[in-house]
Ligand binder design. Structure first.
Ligand code: UDX
Length: 502
């Protein structure tokens, strides 16, 4: 509000109309600006801590919103070089959708949560800086396709060094390969200007769709620091922030390398479970077993646990593949060939599963997909999101086009992203919101995303509108296969024998 008022008063356009109130404001505006600035400075000084986050993306935005929500005594500023993204964070239409996010952003925004493009000012003013910039997989040079591209991190570290006028605690939020904190500390301290930088690692474990719940009630918060007295002191500052709403036993601390490595390993273990059950799904299809029955029996062993054992067409998302490849690169760097190969196997099985899905389609649809219309039910990498990063649907759509099929894509939230992902693909692809319209005239439906709506459709109506013989390939095992078979479909689930009418 103060910012808006200041912008208003300092804009000369408002000085040209001579309404009496305006004349009063013209005379008094400089005074008003001064007192607003005083108020602003006073308000800033009255906050217990000034926290900055560089990077207003998927992790930075929600995490800072949660800190501002739980800690009204701290001022939290999120900065980004992308003015459009910041404008969205300051609007009614936030750049990302997460259940519960809008409520907490709207309540804290302008009170103790601010979104801005003033990166340098933010660096000067804040004593704790979270860095949450993107670290995609490198596409060039050494480690291309595997190692993390750290150019944004490096640039940010240099920017922090350049604009800092007082000691800072730097918190790594982006997922980074082990020993990045050390590299950052070296860049930061190389200015030799008497300013102290303590770098902490505080990896993010939130999953899309449950980000706010994961932030509010996390399984654990992990903070890594150097074990020097200064490092431990910095660590305690971050522990204090999280202690505002998280129980002490859930906040764990470690050395900085363990913390950085834990993030890669947590994602590798989760992805490994999916690849493990997916590898077994291939065997079940051959051996007339049912992968869901196997997963249930195995998951009931409390040492194994039941979650993340759903066989599927393959895992996607922005983290799993990227983090495993990082881990593999790290192992190769340390000459641990066997360990690298072991973890690379998780990604290989995922690729195999996606290819197997296509080869099965080809095989059961009489060894040709050319000119057949095939409808993809879902394009997002998982349900309840419009995110399509690394979605198996991208691979499946591209492979279908290679087989000269005509692809129809439907998804309640991800059609725009699907269009971007497949923008360069040369072939017949259409994007249709309504699943009934999308599947009409198709020879096959392939379920790519476990959207609940696909379980509730009128499949009798769909069957009647399709070319015959009609096929369903359930890449998520969410449909009632027996019922579909009774309607007349040839049904191919994952990890169970197909149900066919021939
Ligand atoms: C993941 C981790 O869960 C999170 O802790 C980390 O910080 C970031 O990466 P996210 O990518 O949002 O989060 O999605 P997640 O729910 O883990 O699913 C990843 C992929 O695995 C999706 O494509 C999902 O459909 C697939 N999956 C998941 C399966 O195929 N089977 C399962 O049993 C579970």
């Amino acid at each position: 509000m103060i910012g808006v008022a200041v912008n208003f008063f300092s804009d000369s356009r408002y000085g040209i109309c001579y309404h009496s109130n305006v004349i009063w404001w013209r005379i008094n505006a400089p005074l008003a600006v001064q007192s607003f600035n005083k108020l602003r400075r006073k308000a800033e000084m009255s906050f217990e801590k000034n926290i900055l986050c560089i990077g207003a993306g998927y992790v930075g935005g929600p995490t800072m919103a949660m800190i501002a929500h739980k800690c009204p005594q701290y001022k939290v500023t999120v900065v980004d070089i992308d003015p459009e993204r910041i404008a969205q964070w300051n609007s009614d239409d936030l750049p990302i959708y997460e259940s519960g996010l809008e409520e907490i952003v709207k309540a804290a925004r302008g009170r103790n949560l601010f979104f801005s493009i003033e990166v340098e000012e933010g660096i000067r003013e804040c004593e704790i800086i979270f860095v949450s910039v993107n670290t995609p997989t490198k596409t060039f040079g050494a480690g291309a396709g595997m190692a993390a591209d750290l150019q944004y991190w490096d640039k940010t570290a240099r920017q922090i060094r350049k604009h800092s006028e007082s000691n800072k605690i730097i918190v790594e939020k982006s997922t980074l390969p082990v020993k990045t904190a050390q590299a950052m500390e070296r860049i930061l301290t190389s200015a030799d200007n008497g300013i102290r930088f303590d770098v902490l690692s505080n990896p993010e474990f939130l999953a899309e769709g449950t980000a706010i719940k994961d932030l509010e009630d996390p399984d654990r918060v992990l903070i890594g620091s150097t074990q020097t007295p200064e490092g431990l002191k910095a660590r305690d500052v971050l522990v204090e922030i999280y202690s505002n709403w998280i129980r002490a036993e859930r906040i764990i601390t470690s050395n900085i390398w363990s913390s950085e490595l834990s993030k890669l390993v947590a994602n590798a273990f989760l992805a490994q479970r999916i690849s493990s059950i997916n590898s077994i799904s291939a065997l079940c299809e051959k051996a007339d077993a049912d992968v869901e029955e196997v997963a249930r029996a195995v998951g009931m062993d409390s040492r194994v646990g039941s979650r993340f054992l759903n066989a599927s067409v393959g895992f996607g998302g922005s983290c799993f593949k990227k983090d495993i490849l990082n881990l593999v690169y790290l192992c190769r760097y340390y000459d641990l060939k066997e360990v690298a190969d072991y973890w690379e196997g998780v990604v290989k099985i995922n690729d195999y599963q996606k290819e197997r899905f296509i080869l099965n389609m080809l095989n059961v649809m009489f060894n040709t997909l050319a000119n057949k219309r095939i409808c993809l039910f879902g394009f997002a990498f998982k349900a309840d999101t419009g995110d399509t990063r690394e979605s198996p649907a991208i691979f499946v759509a591209k492979r279908l086009i290679e087989e000269k099929a005509r692809v129809v894509i439907t998804d309640p939230k991800a059609l725009k992203n699907a269009m971007k992902d497949l923008g360069n693909v040369d072939g017949e692809i259409s994007y249709v919101e309504d699943p009934y319209e999308a599947s009409a005239g198709c020879s096959a439906i392939a379920v790519m995303t476990e959207w609940a709506i696909y379980g509730d459709l009128d499949y009798k109506k769909i069957y009647l509108s399709m070319a015959k013989p009609a096929f369903i390939f359930d890449g998520r095992n969410i449909l009632d296969h027996e019922k579909l078979f009774e309607i007349g479909f040839n049904v191919f689930p994952i990890g169970k024998p197909g149900l066919t009418h021939f």
